[in-house]
Design a protein around this ligand. Sequence first.
Ligand SMILES: CC(C)(COP(=O)(O)OP(=O)(O)OC[C@H]1O[C@@H](n2cnc3c(N)ncnc32)[C@H](O)[C@@H]1OP(=O)(O)O)[C@@H](O)C(=O)NCCC(=O)NCCSC(=O)Cc1ccccc1
Length: 176
Amino acid sequence: MSAAPKESASATAWPFDGRPPEGGAYAPVPVEQLREMPGLQLFHGIMAGTLPGAPIAQIMNMWIQEAEPGRVVFGARPEKQHYNPIGSVHGGYAGTLLDSCMSCAVQSMLPKGSGYTTLEYKISLLRAITDQIGAVYAEGKVIQVGSRIGTAEGRIVDAKGKVYATGTTTCLIFPI
Ligand SMILES: CC(C)(COP(=O)(O)OP(=O)(O)OC[C@H]1O[C@@H](n2cnc3c(N)ncnc32)[C@H](O)[C@@H]1OP(=O)(O)O)[C@@H](O)C(=O)NCCC(=O)NCCSC(=O)Cc1ccccc1
């Protein structure tokens, strides 16, 4: 399998205010249910509210904005609760956003019956993320998805398109 994701959408195409939908349900989807759906169906179900959101979405203030074959975008709102003790958002916030968008880009290419997990990711933190910059957007794009290994790249930008962090990932694919 391989992907040819479209070029990045403009930042204005992502009008996310930075909070997951109020009153939504948050829980992992049981594996019995997951194995019956292609990867993309999970994201479309979460976006439509027919499947629960990931519990970490609440803690991170993040939500899926777009999901198509080979490309997934999360919006997020960094706040004080995400700070380290030295005055900026903890580096793990960018790590979590990038791990999410990059691995979900891989998952968006998987047929039903395929599971996967992140094996390794590398990120570069290029600018400090603070609670003053508003919503940020994490876009993951597939590089290649094979029978056992999927790779993707990602970036975090603000609403003006300024880049805060980039990353690459390697995911392991297996039957479930
Ligand atoms: C500053 C640097 C590291 C290097 O920048 P360079 O590559 O040399 O590039 P350049 O000079 O072009 O500047 C680029 C931009 O940076 C800005 N800027 C520059 N110097 C300063 C400065 N002195 N102070 C403030 N800002 C400065 C500059 O205005 C520009 O922004 P602009 O274009 O105006 O909007 C940058 O890459 C960065 O901030 N990365 C993010 C790192 C990060 O947030 N890590 C995670 C948190 S750590 C963590 O959580 C771990 C932990 C856990 C628990 C407990 C404790 C710790």
